[in-house]
Ligand binder design. Structure first.
Ligand code: HEM
Length: 442
C-alpha cells in the first residue's frame, strides 16, 4: 500500500467523526495503569503456552498485559530509560557504527554505490547495536565472510526468519492457532534459539560480575549489570533482553532505511545537516559525546519530520479496559481503538503546511523554527503513555550516532527510479537502496 493509499484506507475508520483526533487524545488519556496493546499473537502463544515453563508469571512486556505487564515493566523501566544508563552507550555504539561504515566502504561498487540488498546490512548494524545494549556483547554480525554455521550468521538468519515468519503467520490464514504448521514449528525453533543465545550472554555477564570488577570495560555498570544487580534474577534479565531484541531490530532498521532515503533524495536538507554536524565536530575523528549529540538540533528535527510524514510504525492500538464515553460516543470495554499516526501526522487540521517536508517545524522560535500549528498528539512515532516504546532512548541514540558519523564524512545520493513507500509490517521505501556514498574532503 502506498502512502496515499494507507491514508485513504485508514481515514474512514478514524475520520468518520470530525473530531477523530480528540478521540485518540481522550482514549490515550483514559488508558489507565495497565494499557492493553493488542499485538503479536504468535509471541503471545509462544510465551504463554509453548514456553510457559520458561516465561512463567513474569513473561516480559511484549504481548503481555494487565498486572504481569505492569510488574515487569516497573522492574526494568528505570534502568532502560534512565539517561545515565543510556549515556554510557555513546562510545560502544559509536564503535559499532564505525565498523558498519568501514563495512559500507568495502561494499561499494565501481560507481561508489551500495549493494541492492543494503537493507540487510542495516539490519546487521541494528542487530549489533542491540546485542551491545541488551546482551553486553559484540555479536560479530558485521564481520565480513561469516561462515554459514558461525554464531553471528545463525543469529542474522534467525532475526531475518523471525521477522518473515511473523509477517506470514500473522497476516495470512492463522492455521498455526489450531495445529503446528511447518512455519509455526520454524518460528518456535527460532524463538528457542533466541532464548538460548540471550541466556548464554546473560550467564556470561553474571560470571564476569562474580569474578569481580563488573566485567564491562565501562566505568559505570551496563544496563544488564544494573538489572542483574537490582533483581538478582537471570531469567528476568534474559526476558528483558529478548523483548528488546524482538522489537528493537526491525523498527529501527526500517526507520533508518526511510531516513537515509529521505536524506539521499533531499540534497538541500542534507547540506544543512552536514553543516551542523561539521560545526559540532570540526575534527571528524573526534569521539562523540552526549554533549555533542545535544547540539545536533537540526538532525533531531529532521528525524522527527521523517517520522511525521512517513511514520515507520503506522499506528498504535489500545483495547479499552473499561466502558468509556469519548466525544459523546459510548464505547464498550473490549473495543479495539487504532490510532493511525501516519494519518494524523499529515492532517492540515493538526499540522500547518502538512504537505511540506519542513524539519524546521520542530525547532523552537529562537532556533529559527517555523511557528505553525503542530499538535502534540498529531505525530506519536513511539506511542504514548505508560506503554510507550521502552527502547526509544536507545533508538534515538543509535540513529543520531549513525547519522552524525555518516553525514560528517560522506555524501549520500540516490540515482535510480524514485521509490514508493509501502506498508508491509512497517512503513518504509519499497525497493533497492542503492545509495551512492562518497567521501567528503572536509
Ligand atoms: C525508531 C525505532 C522505533 C520505533 C518507531 C518504535 C516504536 C514503538 C511503538 C509505537 C511502540 C508501542 C508503544 C505504545 O503502545 O504506546 C513500541 C513499543 C516498544 N518498543 Fe519500540 N520503537 C523503536 C525502536 C525500539 C528499540 C530500538 C527498542 C529496544 C531497544 C524498542 C523496544 C520497545 C519495547 C520493549 C516496546 C514494548 C513496550 C511495552 O509494551 O511496554 N523499540 N515501540
Amino acid at each position: 500500500m502506498t502512502k496515499g493509499g494507507a491514508q485513504d484506507r485508514l481515514k474512514p475508520e478514524f475520520g468518520s467523526a470530525t473530531n477523530s483526533y480528540e478521540k485518540h487524545t481522550m482514549c490515550y488519556r483514559h488508558e489507565g495503569p495497565t494499557p492493553f496493546r493488542p499485538s503479536m499473537p504468535c509471541l503471545v502463544k509462544y510465551k504463554s503456552i509453548v514456553r510457559k515453563d520458561f516465561f512463567g508469571d513474569l513473561p516480559g512486556v511484549v504481548g503481555v498485559h494487565g498486572e504481569p505487564w505492569r510488574e515487569f515493566r516497573s522492574r526494568v523501566q528505570k534502568p532502560v530509560l534512565q539517561l545515565s544508563t543510556v549515556k554510557r552507550y555513546v562510545t560502544p555504539l559509536e564503535e559499532v557504527t564505525k565498523d558498519f561504515l568501514e563495512r559500507c566502504e568495502q561494499l561499494l561498487d565501481d560507481k561508489s554505490e551500495l549493494p541492492h540488498d543494503f537493507d540487510n546490512e542495516i539490519h546487521k548494524w541494528s542487530l549489533e547495536c542491540i546485542g551491545r545494549v541488551a546482551l553486553d556483547t559484540r555479536l560479530g554480525c558485521l564481520e565480513p565472510n561469516l561462515a554459514p554455521d558461525s554464531e553471528p550468521q545463525l543469529i542474522i538468519n534467525a532475526a531475518k526468519h523471525a521477522l518473515r515468519n511473523v509477517a506470514i503467520l500473522e497476516l495470512k490464514m492463522p492455521f498455526w492457532r489450531y495445529f503446528p504448521t511447518p512455519l509455526w514449528t520454524k518460528y518456535v525453533n527460532n524463538m528457542n534459539f533466541f532464548v538460548e543465545i540471550c541466556m548464554k550472554y546473560i550467564q556470561n555477564a553474571t560470571e564476569r560480575m562474580k569474578s569481580g570488577g563488573g566485567g564491562s570495560v565501562m566505568e559505570e555498570p551496563s544496563l544488564l549489570e544494573r538489572v542483574l544487580k537490582a533483581e538478582n534474577n537471570e531469567k528476568l534479565a534474559c526476558i528483558m533482553a529478548l523483548d528488546l531484541i524482538l522489537v528493537g531490530i526491525d523498527t529501527i532498521s526500517m526507520a533508518v532505511c526511510s531516513i537515509l532515503y529521505q536524506i539521499a533524495t533531499r540534497p538541500v536538507e542534507q547540506e544543512k545537516l552536514h553543516e551542523e554536524i561539521r560545526r559540532v565536530f570540526p575534527d571528524p575523528s573526534e569521539p562523540i559525546t552526549y554533549q555533542h549529540l545535544d547540539k545536533l538540533i537540526y538532525l533531531k528535527a529532521f528525524i522527527k519530520e521523517v517520522f511525521r510524514v512517513y511514520s515507520t510504525v503506522i499506528g498504535n492500538g489500545r483495547t479499552l479496559q473499561e466502558d468509556a464515553v469519548i466525544c459523546g460516543y459510548r464505547i464498550p470495554r473490549g473495543v479495539q481503538m487504532v490510532f493511525p499516526t501516519i494519518v494524523t501526522g499529515n492532517m492540515e487540521e493538526y499540522v500547518s503546511d502538512s504537505n511540506a517536508f519542513r524539519p524546521d517545524r520542530w525547532l523552537k522560535a529562537n532556533q529559527g523554527g517555523f511557528e505553525g500549528k503542530l499538535h502534540p498528539f498529531a505525530s506519536l512515532p513511539y506511542g504514548y503513555g505508560a506503554r510507550m516504546c521502552l527502547g526509544r532512548r536507545f533508538a534515538d541514540l543509535e540513529m543520531q550516532i549513525l547519522l552524525a558519523k555518516l553525514l560528517r564524512s560522506y555524501k549520500l545520493e540516490y540515482h535510480h527510479k524514485p521509490l514508493k513507500y509501502a506498508v508491509t509490517f512497517m512503513y518504509a521505501p519499497d525497493g533497492e537502496l542503492k545509495f551512492k556514498m562518497t567521501k567528503r574532503n572536509s
